[in-house]
Design a protein around this ligand. Sequence first.
Ligand code: CUO
Length: 688
Amino acid sequence: FDRPNEPLFIKRDDVNFDVPTDYWPDRYKSLASSIQSRFPTSGQVIPVQKIQQLPNISEITALGRRENFSIFNPFHRKCATKLVEILMNASNVDQFLSICAYTRDKVNPYLFVYAASVAMLHRSDTRGVSLPAHVQIFPELYMDSSVFGRAREEISIVPTGSRMPIEVPRDYTASNLDEEHRVAYWREDVGINLHHWHWHLVYPFDGPLEVVRKDRRGELFYYMHQQIVARYNFERLSNGLPRVRRHNNLRDPIPEAYFPKLDSFVASRIWPARQADSVLSDLRRDADQLHVDILDLERWRDRIISAIQDGFVRDAATQRDVPLDEARGIDILGNIIEASLLSVNRNRYGDFHNIGHLMFAYVHDPDNRYLETFGIMGDPTTAMRDPVFYAWHSYMDSIFQEYKSILIPYTEQQLTFDGVRVTEVGVIIENARSNEFLTFWQQDDIELSRGLDFQPRGSVFARLTHLQHAPFTYRIRIENNGQRRSGTVRIFMAPKFDERGASYLFRDQRGLFVELDKFTVTLQNGSNVIERRSTESSVTIPFDQTFRIIPNRLPTGTAGENFNYCGCGWPQHVLIAKGNAEGFRAELFVMVSDNRNDVVQQQNGNSAGNAGCDDAQSYCGLRGGLYPDRRAMGFPFDRLPRVNVNTLTQFLTPNMRVQDTTIRFTDRTVARPSVGVQNTAGNQNQTG
Ligand code: CUO
C-alpha cells in the first residue's frame, strides 16, 4: 500500500523464490540490472512466489494509471470488480501477494488500493490483517494540498528527529462569507471521511456476489446514511444553520458551491470545483463510457416512488411482484436505490444514488469538452466534504422515509417492556455540571510518509485540529418488577428546538435523533443502576483505530493499546455535535427494550460474537455475522408515531426516559499527549 504511485521493484535473487522481472512494468524491464543496482534493498524484503497462472488484466488496464478512479462510474466499477475477482480467487495467501505484486504497477493506483482492500477484508485468509488508514496511503485526498509542498520542504531540509509537524489549517476551503463554511470543520474531518471510505469498503455495492451479499446491507445503506444526515443537521443547528435542504428537483440550480483544494497525485491534477448555482446536465462522456440523462434518473425515481406507494417491486429474474413488507421492505429498497448488485431489478429501478453522485461530480464538464475529471462527489473518499452530498443524501433519505411512513406505527404494546421502567437518566462528566457535554478543539498528529513518493524519505507528520468532547458516563436507573431478565439499552440524542427556537413535533424530531450507544444489560429484580462510558459506544471506534496508529507505537497505558478493531466505525471524537458557547439544548433519550425481541442468533451459534473484530456494530454490523439487533435499524424512531402522539413526551412509554442536556462548546485547542512525533521520530518507514 505504501507510496502507491511508485513502481514496486522486485529483487531477483531471493533464496528459494523465483521472482520474474516480468512482474515489472514494461518500461523498466530492459533497465532491470541498472535499476536494481541503484536501489539497493533497504529494510524488509518481501519474498514473492511465481504466479501459477498470470491473470488477464487487459480489461482492467483500460483505465489508465494516471487517471482518477470512481467506484460510482459503471465502467470503472467493472474494472474494479474484475480485479477483486482475480484477488479473491487467488488460491492462497502467497499467490494473493504475488498477484498483488504483479498487478500493482500495471493498474490504476486508486483502483488497485480499492480492490486489494476489498479483497483483504473479504478473503478468509487475510481478514485478520489490519489495513493501513487510507489517509496514510493517499493523504492528498484528505487535506489541503498546500500541506504537501510544506512537507517536501521539511523532509528535504530538516533531519529526521527535528522535523516539525505540518499544521493543516482548520479553515482552508472557504471563509465565513459562505455560511455553509460554518460546518466545514465537520464535513472535512479526516476521521469522518475515513469512516465513509471504510464503510463503503466493507459494503461494496458491486463486485463478486460473495463480497456484496451481506445481512441487511440495503437497510444499513439507508440507516448509516440517514444517521450521517441526522448528525450533519445536529451540527448545522449547533452552528446556527437551518437543517440541510433536499435536492429534490434535479433540474434546479445547486446553491452550494465548493472549492475542495485537494490534489490528486495519481492524476497530477487538482480536483475540480463547483460554482454556486451550477445546474446538472445530461452526461455525454465517451472517455468514461458514460451516457446518462437526467430523465433516466427521474424515471428511476418515479418508478421507485410508485413501487413504494404500491407496496411491491417487480423482480427481474422471476417477473413476480415482491412485497415491500415490514420484514424486508427497507432492505430491498436500500439495494434498489443505492443501487447495489442485490437490486431486484436494475433495469427497471436503475442506479439512482450512484449515478446521482456522478451527475454532481461532472457538473462542471458534463460532455468532457474541457477534459476535466470528476469532482469530489465522484468518490466516497472525498464526497462527504461537499455540502451537496447532504442535499443529495437528504433527498434519498426522504424517499426512504416515504416508505417508512406507510408502515403501521409501533403500538404502545410493541414499544413497552412490561414491568420495566427507566426512572433516572444522567450524564456525568468529571469536573463539570451533570447533564452538560463539553466540546472543544483538539490537535493530533498523523504520519504522512507512507503516501509521499518524493525523495528524500522519512517521517513527516500532519497536525490536524478536530472537534473533541470530554469523556462522559451515562448513569441510568432501571426498575424491574419481574424476574431477572435481559434488556437492550438504546441511547439517542436530538436537538430540543428547531432553527426558529420552537419545539418539534415528534414526526419531525424523530429524524434528528442520532444514535449514541446500544448495549445489552441484565436486569435484576428491583432497582438497577447502570453506568456506561462514552468510550464504550457501539457507534464509535477510538481515534487511534480510525487512524490505525500502530499499537506498539502507543505509549503504554493509552486507550487503544490493546485494540482489536477492524477499522469500521464512526470516529469517537465526533460522537457529540459541537453545540455552542451558550450551551446548545438537546434531549437525551434512553429506552430499554425486551432483549427477547431483539436478540439475533448468529449462524455460528454465538449470539454476540464478531469474527476477531470489535468494529462498531451500530453503523457497521458484525463482520461475517448477522446484524446484531432484530429490530428495524433506528428503532424506535424509524416510523411515524401512533395516533394522538404529537410530541416526544407523548411518545414515551415507561421503559423510556428523556433527559434535558446541553452541549457547551469552548473555543480552545488542546494538544493530545503526543503519540506521534516523539514516539515515532526516527522511524524511517522504508519498507514497501
Ligand atoms: Cu456513502 Cu452516497 O453513499 O456516499
